[in-house]
Ligand binder design. Structure first.
Ligand code: ADQ
Length: 467
């Protein structure tokens, strides 16, 4: 078996790959350790041109090499902050209203992809397979091919693939999809995403798509290329999370929270502070609960943990302000001297702390407006106490909704509907909570993080590159 080369915008540090609960970094690192290989990408640092060009910096961890490069300010602005996060991210999450398009940013995006591909080429050996992750790196395979690389190259899209009519909003949509077609295998989070991609090929690129007859695999031809597509639902390691949540349930942070709740019910939400996560709509739904079900006033608390991300992108500053305004308004309306309905925390927490807090809460409230999968929903379920599980209230627009049929599914645009689901969850009898939890856990075990990783790599390794 040849080595594995993983390429992602950010490379986990060797320490991050040693977390004990199976984060994505741990899952991907597991595959690298098995096959040996390289994890290549941006270090997260903005550096001078001289330092950037001197890279990659190599760090060895057993049979795995971590190879990272810094980005210059201009590259960061155009490739990362610009086209990736101010054009692709909003449009792929159906927020054309928040997207901007600048030609020079798109040129920078392609330039950085070509530069990164050039840097990686020297590290590639003939039998390696290459696994590229996410929307920052759509033109990466095309750039590798231009360098003469002939190894199999797979791509996994962590975010939704939008319906064609939405994608058309990005002026160079055709060039982007043509670049995607240079991969040998493209993996999507859900069947909907895969179908949206096929629709684009058939309706806008005179392409053809045939099911392979194996699972959800398909072969597509477009732009003179033939490639495979498939659905690979990303997961977690549920039993490890369960064990971790239980192990830390009596730690001080959990006891402090419990004491401060004074017997009130707890609703937990954890997200990056991102407009795709539906935070404002969620706060308003919680307000509806307090308005429409006065018996819950003073008796239920929403803890929202949301560390800021991409805070140098304008739209992220706006969502932060809006959310602070809404939390303040709702708290002003329903607080008492000894009660604050929404506790809104702008910080990161260690994984083990989050898992033990999930176990303490009666409801996991996960309501993105669009989300490729949403691992928080899966982590919440896995962290529950099987003898007294909480209820997951989940948006129909999270990829995870297709698997977690034990959740109460809600439409995040329907504040009253969401408040009704919260009421139903708060009053749900133990037997029903247990049954729903078992249904969800069965789904999590069937498609855990190892299945996601191994099935993608098995399919990629089985492909012979089509010329
Ligand atoms: P994200 O948009 O980041 O991921 P998600 O899948 O929920 O969304 O993953 C977030 C991860 O960060 C979870 O493991 C969560 O525990 C952790 N996290 C969130 N808030 C935290 C906090 N305050 N402190 C510490 N950790 C925190 C993208 C896509 C998703 C897709 C994933 C994986 O947008 O749709 O599910 O990739 O493919």
């Amino acid at each position: 078996m040849g080595r594995l080369i993983v390429v992602s915008n950010r490379v986990a540090t060797p320490t991050e790959t040693k977390g004990s609960a199976g984060g994505l970094a741990v899952g991907v690192f597991g595959a690298l350790k098995d096959a040996g290989g390289v994890w290549f990408g941006w270090s997260g640092d903005v550096v001078s041109e001289t330092v950037a060009n001197a890279g990659p910096v190599l760090e060895q961890e057993g049979s795995v090499t971590f190879a990272t490069v810094g980005l210059t300010r201009k590259d960061y602005d155009q490739y990362y902050r610009g086209f990736s996060n101010a054009t692709l991210w909003p449009v792929f999450h159906y927020r054309n209203d928040l997207a901007r398009y600048e030609r020079d940013e798109y040129a920078g995006y392609r330039r950085v992809n070509a530069w990164l591909a050039h840097k990686l080429t020297k590290l590639i050996e003939p039998d390696d397979v290459i696994w590229v992750h996410d929307y920052h790196l759509i033109p990466f395979a095309e750039a590798l091919r231009a360098e003469g690389v002939t190894n199999p190259i797979g791509f996994f899209l962590h975010i939704p693939f939008p319906a064609p009519q939405i994608l058309l909003n990005i002026p160079p949509h055709e060039e982007l999809v043509k670049s995607l077609c240079c991969y040998d295998l493209i993996g999507f989070q859900t069947r909907n995403d895969q179908v949206a991609f096929h629709d684009y090929l058939v309706r806008h690129a005179r392409g053809e798509v045939t099911d392979t007859g194996e699972g959800e695999g398909a072969v597509a031809s477009a732009f003179g290329r033939t490639l495979h597509t498939g659905v690979y639902r990303i997961g977690v390691f549920p039993d490890e999370i369960a064990e971790q949540a239980k192990r830390y349930e009596s730690r001080q942070h959990v006891l402090d929270l419990k004491q401060s709740l004074e017997g009130r019910k707890l609703i937990m939400s954890v997200d990056r502070l991102d407009y795709s996560k539906g935070l404002v709509e969620r706060f308003r739904a919680f307000e509806q609960l307090l308005e429409r079900a006065p018996e819950w006033r003073g008796n239920v608390t929403l803890v929202q943990i949301a560390p800021p991300t991409r805070s140098d992108v304008d739209t992220y500053q706006q969502i932060r302000q809006e959310l602070e305004g809404e939390a303040g308004r709702i708290n002003g309306r329903f607080s008492a001297l000894d009660y604050t309905p929404i506790r809104y925390l702008n910080q990161r927490y260690d994984r083990w702390k989050l898992m033990s807090l999930f176990r303490e809460s009666q409801i996991g409230f996960v309501t993105p407006l669009h989300d490729g999968m949403n691992l928080v929903a899966k982590e919440y379920v896995a962290a529950q106490n099987p003898d007294d599980p909480g209820v997951l209230v989940l948006s129909i627009f999270a990829g995870a909704a297709a698997e977690l049929s034990g959740a109460l599914l809600v439409n995040p645009h329907d504040a009253i509907g969401m408040s009704e689901a919260l009421q139903q969850a708060l009053a749900m009898p133990l037997a029903e909570r247990k049954a729903r939890y078992e249904t969800n856990m069965t789904a999590l075990r069937k498609n855990d993080l190892g299945v996601w990783r191994d099935s993608f790599l098995r399919d990629l390794r089985s492909l012979k590159r089509e010329a």
